[in-house]
Design a protein around this ligand. Structure first.
Ligand code: HEM
Ligand code: HEM
Length: 217
């Protein structure tokens, strides 16, 4: 008996919610990073607060979407065992629909760091003009600020590395990961995965935004 080799076909990998999440996150992250180094009053304080709050909303949405969303966006789908990661690194793993095992771990790391960073920001204060809406008391203030600052620099490194790797796949391995993150489609020989309804994604982001706004402000 011989295996039939399936033809490659265009399949939908990233739903509209995941794609909008990604590009909105990229823009907001740039705004957060830029405003972090301006004098934080007036427009730059607002920019830092609201870009950070929006990142908190998006990442919370993404974590829930990672459980109830489209198949390729689910953690269960892309966070593989260390054994699968090793097999992938040795070039022996199966073709990945969506994030490959290495990408899966880096996505998890970025989401957790972003969540922690935005949450810490809520309690941070520069001791002068600008503080998060839940500003920590004197006892914890320097711990919170230092951690927020260090994690901020850590994120610049990890996110910078992410962008470098994505362009590296393109330049060195001729794999274009960016186009699927824009259009949603990719060439695969695998079955088309289940894609969740966009309305569910929209409803969820509205609920998350309202709930976090109510909790924080
Ligand atoms: C020019 C800038 C960027 C490009 C070209 C880019 C490209 C990409 C691509 C191609 C993927 C999919 C990778 C895969 O197929 O496994 C991805 C995923 C991801 N990127 Fe970026 N990225 C950029 C900026 C950023 C920034 C600034 C952040 C974070 C603040 C970020 C966070 C993420 C996250 C969290 C995912 C996982 C998406 C998901 O599963 O929801 N990216 N990026
Ligand atoms: C994920 C998004 C965020 C990133 C990447 C980020 C990044 C940073 C960085 C790098 C600094 C230190 C700047 C320096 O070295 O001078 C900083 C300071 C600060 N951030 Fe954020 N931040 C984020 C979200 C937030 C949020 C949501 C708030 C809430 C209002 C916030 C409040 C603050 C405050 C009060 C400071 C000043 C603390 C100090 O002077 O040590 N940040 N942020």
């Amino acid at each position: 008996m011989h295996k039939t080799i399936k033809q490659k076909a265009r399949i939908k990998v990233w739903d509209i919610g995941t794609r909008l999440f990604h590009w909105a996150l990229a823009v907001l992250f740039c705004l957060s990073a830029f405003s972090a180094f301006q004098d934080k009053f007036g427009i730059y304080a607002d920019m830092h607060l609201w870009s950070g709050f929006s990142i908190l909303v998006l990442v919370t949405w993404r974590i829930i979407w990672g459980v109830i969303g489209s198949e390729p966006s689910r953690f269960r789908h892309f966070v593989k065992s260390p054994k699968a990661l090793l097999a992938y690194l040795r070039g022996k793993g199966p073709e990945a629909v969506g994030h490959n095992p290495l990408g899966g771990y880096s996505v998890l790391l970025m989401l957790l760091m972003l969540l922690a960073q935005a949450m810490l920001g809520l309690f941070a204060s520069d001791g002068m003009f600008f503080g998060g809406p839940l500003e920590a008391g004197d006892d914890y203030s320097s711990l919170v600020n230092n951690t927020h600052q260090m994690l901020g620099y850590g994120l610049f490194g990890v996110v910078g590395f992410h962008v470098l790797i994505v362009f590296g796949y393109w330049a060195l391995r001729r794999v274009n990961l960016i186009l699927p993150m824009i259009t949603g489609w990719a060439e695969h020989s695998a079955e088309a995965p289940n894609i969740a309804r966009p309305l569910l994604a929209l409803l969820l982001v509205l609920i998350v935004a309202a709930a976090l706004y109510g909790l924080i402000f």
